[in-house]
Design a protein around this ligand. Structure first.
Ligand code: SF4
Length: 455
């Protein structure tokens, strides 16, 4: 289904939509405040963008350097061309160690590769340990946001969910009670896990180490207790040197949640004595995106979620309406690159207001890339006949001032005199959720001429 149709489902519950909208706007405001307190914030964004551009231009070299250094540290490095290879590699490591229970900290890459169902089908229990991720896992839903995976759920819904799965008492959505119960439940899982899987926020080429950022310390808890640590990363996660972390860690926390620093920025450089550490580097369409001049900058993304928090469409349509692992503005650039036809409605799920580009810490020209995709999609993907004809006619009307004036006059007449049921019919998508503005007597041109005459 197209994004607009999926968004209709989310929009059925208006109070939830309003609450979702407000909650994300609150995070966006926190981001603004946190950013404005940093001297040279814009310079920091420019620097991050330049570092990422350098990384993409020399990705082959940095990846090889990273692999060499990681191996020197005693880490096993694996390469996966696609999701299938990634899942097989992870499974083979787990099988070698006879692992039955895995704890996993938040990783959008493993979501993208659908690792959980793959491992579960092979008899391995996978428990997501980020609280939001655990909530959506129990609800058998995908995350709806890359930083706040359960942002679409109210605390009352979580209460019911926990009663069902964790045997908690009804608490009327008391966050403190629910969090402490989740902590107890997850502690058990951490203690029994044979292996820990984490994502990677940054992979440092000159040290061969990886950095994982969490607010709950769940990545550390998992990796420190289990004998095997598997870190899964997209190949664009590389940064050249350790000193560059100072740039990205500052930007990431502030842009994501308005925090000054993520609570835990954990550095994993080598396995602890008696344990094994593996890093799986995944392509899965990234090289193809790198080859597209107009879209390669989308690989700068550090997955902060700021473009989602600010996007008026995302805030009022919910992450699930995108039907992709990465929703929102950046997801609407990445997904058409994976399957153009299936995701062809996504670049249109935008007002092109540019707010996403304004907040992006690595200065991706998101709205321009969305516009670019639209031009490709209208040429390469068959458009609905009605949409095509309406746009053709609109194009002609807008190109001819006389026709534009005539159409405006007719529309004003009809809006004034036609019965309401005809104006707010199925054909009027705009009027489905809002009242049309009151019609004025004349257009701007007429008003201006009259004003000139009276002066
Ligand atoms: S595109 Fe920019 S704003 Fe959006 S998630 Fe990525 S880094 Fe953050």
């Amino acid at each position: 289904m197209a994004h607009a149709k999926e968004a209709e489902i989310f929009n059925r519950d208006e109070s939830k939509v309003n609450w979702h909208d407000k909650a994300l706007w609150f995070v966006r405001n926190k981001r603004d405040k946190a950013g404005s307190n940093v001297k040279g914030w814009e310079e920091l964004r420019n620097l991050a963008s330049a570092i990422k551009a350098n990384v993409l231009s020399n990705l082959d070299n940095y990846l090889v350097q990273f692999e060499e250094n990681a191996k020197k540290n005693g880490v096993h490095v694996h390469w996966a061309a696609n999701a299938e290879e990634h899942n097989k590699i992870v499974h083979s490591i787990l099988s070698k160690h006879k692992v039955e229970k895995v704890v996993k900290s938040k990783s959008m890459l493993t979501e993208e590769c659908h690792l959980n169902p793959y491992l579960e089908a092979n008899g391995i229990e996978v428990v997501d340990t980020d609280l939001g991720e655990r909530i959506v896992q129990l609800a058998k839903e995908p995350p709806s946001h890359i930083v706040l995976p359960a942002i679409h759920k109210t605390k009352e819904e979580v209460d019911v969910l926990f009663q069902e799965h964790l045997n908690t008492k009804p608490s009327n959505g008391d966050p403190q009670y629910l969090t402490s119960e989740a902590r107890k439940h997850l502690r058990e899982k951490f203690l029994k896990a044979d292996a820990a899987i984490t994502g990677v926020n940054f992979a440092v080429a000159d040290t061969g180490g990886v950095v994982v950022c969490t607010n709950e310390g769940n990545a550390d808890m998992g990796t420190h207790l289990a004998k095997v640590h598997i870190a899964c990363m997209g190949m664009e996660k590389i940064i050249p040197q350790e000193k560059h972390l100072g740039v990205f860690l500052r930007l990431l926390a502030r842009s994501a949640t308005g925090q000054l620093i993520t609570t835990y920025s954990s550095h994993f450089n080598k396995p602890a004595p008696g344990t094994e550490m593996h890093i799986v580097i995944v392509d899965n369409g990234r090289t193809k995106q790198l080859s597209r001049d107009d879209f390669r900058a989308s690989l700068h993304c550090i997955r902060c979620g700021a473009c989602m928090n600010t996007c008026p469409i995302y805030r009022r349509s919910g992450g699930h309406s995108y039907k992709t692992t990465i929703p929102g503005p950046i997801g609407s650039i990445l997904s058409p690159g994976i399957d153009l036809k299936k995701n062809s409605s996504l670049p249109f799920a935008s007002t092109l207001c540019g707010s996403c580009s304004d907040v992006c810490p690595v200065k991706i020209n998101i709205h321009e890339q969305l516009y670019q995709w639209r031009q490709i999609i209208t040429k390469e993907v068959k458009q609905p006949v009605v949409k095509k004809s309406v746009l053709k006619i609109t194009g002609r009307v807008l190109a001819n001032s006389k026709m534009y004036g005539f159409m405006g006059k007719s529309a004003r007449f009809m809006l004034k005199h036609m019965p309401r049921f005809m104006i707010y019919s199925k054909l009027n998508a705009w009027g489905k959720a809002r009242e049309l503005p009151k019609v004025k007597d004349g257009n701007f041109d007429e008003w201006y001429k009259k004003r000139q005459k009276n002066e």
